[in-house]
Write a protein that binds this ligand. Structure first.
Ligand code: ZN
Length: 510
């Protein structure tokens, strides 16, 4: 490692440390902070974010970056050093366009809007939330103007979460999804009596559910020496550094499924962050409006890891041939008489519902598409905030055939817009798509993978993911990483094939 690279790494490390501290405050805000701490916490987070931004965009950072670029220019572009410098350049150039005052204002606004949302949602009180979302949007419009010229005003927002991806690409992929998923869900709904999941909707002891989830994710490879699981109203994972990657979860005592799949989902995220190569740790990921401690490829790549564990592994026959006998021994009253096949079908039951986070694999992307369309209309200026609830309800009717009875189960259900995450939703659907692409390649490289999973053996699975995805952290742009691994561009085909095959079998569709 040359002296200039070393200097750059030290400066980047200081930015990372502030992001990491902010990450811990954010984790605490959603787990243990008393409600009275909300306003003070919004200020503390705003100060940390603007300090991190100021440190990052300073002239001396730019000079260190230039000197390091000179030093690594003859290195293999795939080396960790060259990758770190290239990624920092990209984030630096972006962040230099954004004033630190905007960053502080944006984080403070998000903190206050988040608190307003926490109160407005249970009360179904959209008018109380409306001025906050208007302020968030006003700041987003200012943000977009820092990046002129662009193909679409949505592009600079999307780029914060999915570097290099454009609105036009997402639109194309989503129309492919729509063409297959809408009729698939329709066909399934006509055969809804084919699957019975009533035995999952009875009391299941809360702590036994929690412990079973811990057992499963420990077996899969989540390292509890470098992680922990706490209770929170919404499951999430947060990476403070590769040695401290936390997850949260919640348990519904009257239903089996959401808690376990929540743990597996968040463990998928966490195993990614724990698997980043030590040489790539303590590098900030600071693109324009977001400040993240963890240095990963993108949100969609991250979501591909969580969805893979939750769905491709966790909702598969292979996985349950290993774990079902164990689960039956934990819950003999509820599951003792239920056969493995009936259980497998029940955990894959498809139901059009109002709430995204409770949606099954087949309907999930429909929830994303309606949010994506609303976001692009908001940003494009074709929809006003006052008309949001109405727009939400009519899209829900269009995609899911349901009308939310109130805004709590409609436009107020998700936290994202309150905290300024506009351009974020598409990454969930892209995560599903990327998971299937990676799985296709993984199954070619490891032809025995299903048999291994059915013996409860995850070593080669996680080893493959570590080597191909995790270790590279944020070294490559997400679509470049995908292409390096699979040889393919982003494509919905493997995902749609997986979905169609799986549900045609479960629901007996021809
Ligand atoms: Zn996730």
């Amino acid at each position: 490692m040359g002296p200039h690279f070393g200097k750059l790494r030290e400066l980047a490390g200081r930015v990372f440390d502030l992001a990491s501290a902010a990450g811990l405050l954010g984790w605490d805000m959603q787990t243990y902070m008393p409600p009275g701490g909300a306003d003070g916490r919004a200020h503390a987070l705003a100060t940390l974010a603007s300090l991190a931004h100021e440190l990052f965009v300073r002239d001396d950072f730019g000079e260190a970056l230039e000197a390091a670029e000179e030093e690594v220019k003859d290195l293999d572009p795939d080396s960790d050093e060259a990758g770190i410098v290239a990624r920092l350049r990209q984030d630096f150039d972006k962040s230099r366009r954004v004033p630190s005052e905007w960053v502080a204002e944006s984080v403070r606004t998000a903190g206050l809007a988040f608190n307003a949302w926490v109160k407005a949602r249970p009360a179904s009180d959209f008018p109380a939330f409306q001025p906050h979302i208007e302020k968030v949007l006003e700041l987003k419009r200012a943000y977009i103007s820092f990046f002129e010229p662009y193909d679409s005003p949505y592009d600079p927002l999307l780029d914060d979460f999915e570097p290099g991806l454009k609105l036009a690409t997402v639109r194309g992929i989503f129309s492919e999804l729509r063409e297959v998923q809408v009729p698939l869900v329709q066909a399934i709904s006509e055969r809804s009596e084919a699957v019975d999941d009533s035995f999952l909707r009875v009391p299941y002891d809360e702590s036994a559910q929690w412990d079973f989830g811990l057992e499963v994710i420990r077996d899969i490879g989540y390292d509890f020496e470098r992680g922990r699981q706490d209770k929170a109203p919404h499951p999430f994972s947060t990476a403070l550094n590769r040695g401290d990657v936390r997850i949260t979860n919640r348990v519904n005592p009257n239903r089996f499924g959401p808690a376990l799949f929540g743990s597996m989902h968040e463990a998928g995220h966490a195993i990614y962050s724990q698997g980043i190569a030590p040489a790539l740790d303590r590098i900030p990921s600071l693109s324009g409006s977001t400040l993240e401690g963890s240095h990963d490829a993108s949100l969609a790549m991250h979501e591909s890891q969580s969805r893979m564990l939750e769905n491709l592994v966790g909702r598969s026959r292979a996985f349950w041939s290993a774990y079902y006998p164990r689960l039956q021994s934990v819950f003999p009253e509820q599951l003792g008489d239920i056969k493995l096949d009936a259980f497998y079908r029940a955990i894959n039951k498809v139901e059009r519902s109002l709430i995204r986070v409770e949606a099954d694999e087949a309907t999930y992307n429909l929830h994303i598409m309606l949010r994506f369309e609303i976001e692009t209309e908001l940003i494009g200026g074709n929809l006003s905030v006052a008309d949001l609830p109405q727009a939400w309800n009519s899209k829900t009717e269009e995609y899911l055939g349901l009308t939310p009875p109130d805004d709590r189960r409609g436009v107020l259900q998700d936290v994202h817009w309150s905290v300024g995450y506009i351009g974020y939703f598409p990454t969930y659907a892209l995560g599903n798509i990327i998971a299937a692409q990676l799985w296709q390649k993984l199954s070619t490289d490891l032809p025995d993978i299903e048999a291994q999973i059915s013996r409860g053996n995850f070593t080669e699975l996680i080893g493959w993911l570590h080597k191909n995805v995790h270790r590279h952290g944020g070294k490559y742009k997400p679509m470049d990483l995908l292409k390096r691994i699979t040889g393919q561009e982003l494509s919905a085909a493997p995902y749609l094939e997986y979905l169609t095959d799986k549900y045609s079998e479960i629901y007996g569709l021809s």
